[in-house]
Design a protein around this ligand. Structure first.
Ligand code: SF4
Length: 265
């Protein structure tokens, strides 16, 4: 009887561990060309706690686990496209917010590096904290990460909260920590008229980026409302209907300001 109980308990633990090692996948893209260098296999994980008012993918917010996959399964699928990656390409994990499934990320990127695959994490850093156990896991994850695409939504914390539902102190702290680790970073910033397209905020962001020593590129992403239909489909209230995309002049203005942060790097 005792033996039987022990058996049941061990079996359950093994099953739980196996389940924990599976990721809740939203979707995959075989030939991504905008999320990191070269051609990349992109894995979009489910779940995000931010509520960015311009989010293109509100269908990723809920941690839906209809499609559960192991790191090995995903790597096997990704490797079918290796011939197209060239010197620069590889895999990118995006979301949703990939760091919500950090245990899976650790296994995936550790195994990817063992296969000499270039690894890129696309994150808005909302889950970042120096508290344990997250902090040690994040530090270890960065040792297997070639590039972080860090979405800085707004330099002003109050405005960040209005835009995403969350303050930005931990996001900026994540950026500083990545600089300390010397993990290469591309910063991405969505330019939204009346919200982020404001020279005071752009110079503020530029000054912050200047304090970092690991930023290789800054991408300005012009706002567009093409994701609005997804909000409507989900019965959500899209609040940026009245906002147009920024003009080419304003995009260039933002690029000039932000990229001046890299002049001294
Ligand atoms: S962090 Fe990304 S997925 Fe999450 S709400 Fe913002 S834009 Fe959407």
């Amino acid at each position: 009887m005792e033996n039987n109980n022990t058996f049941v308990s061990t079996d359950t633990t093994a099953k739980t561990e196996q389940l924990l090692r599976k990721a809740c996948i939203h979707s995959v893209e075989s030939f991504g060309s905008v999320d990191g260098p070269g051609i990349r296999f992109i894995i979009f994980l489910s779940g995000c706690k931010m509520r960015c008012r311009y989010c293109h993918n509100p269908d990723t917010w809920t941690m839906k686990c209809d499609d559960l996959r192991t790191a090995d399964e995903l790597l096997q699928q990704a490797l079918r496209f290796r011939a197209y990656w060239g010197k620069e390409g590889g895999i990118t994990v995006s979301g949703g917010e990939a760091l919500l499934q950090i245990d899976f990320m650790l296994e995936l990127f550790e195994k990817a590096k063992a296969l000499d695959i270039n690894t890129c994490l696309d994150t808005a850093a909302q889950p970042f904290t120096r508290e344990e156990p997250f902090f040690s896991k994040f530090t270890k994850l960065m040792s297997f990460t070639d590039l972080v695409l860090l979405d800085l939504k707004h330099i002003d914390s109050e405005e960040h909260k209005r835009l995403t539902g969350w303050a930005n102190e931990n996001v900026l702290d994540c950026a500083r920590y990545l600089s300390q680790l010397q993990t290469p970073v591309w910063i991405r910033h969505v330019l939204v008229p009346t919200i982020t397209d404001n020279d005071t905020y752009l110079y503020g962001l530029r000054d912050f980026v200047k304090t970092l020593h690991n930023v290789k590129r800054i991408e300005v992403l012009p706002y567009h409302g093409m994701g609005a239909f997804k909000w409507q489909k989900l019965g959500l209230n899209y609040t940026l209907d009245h906002i147009d995309s920024p003009t080419r002049t304003r995009v260039e203005n933002a690029e000039n300001i932000l990229r001046s942060a890299l002049n001294d790097v």
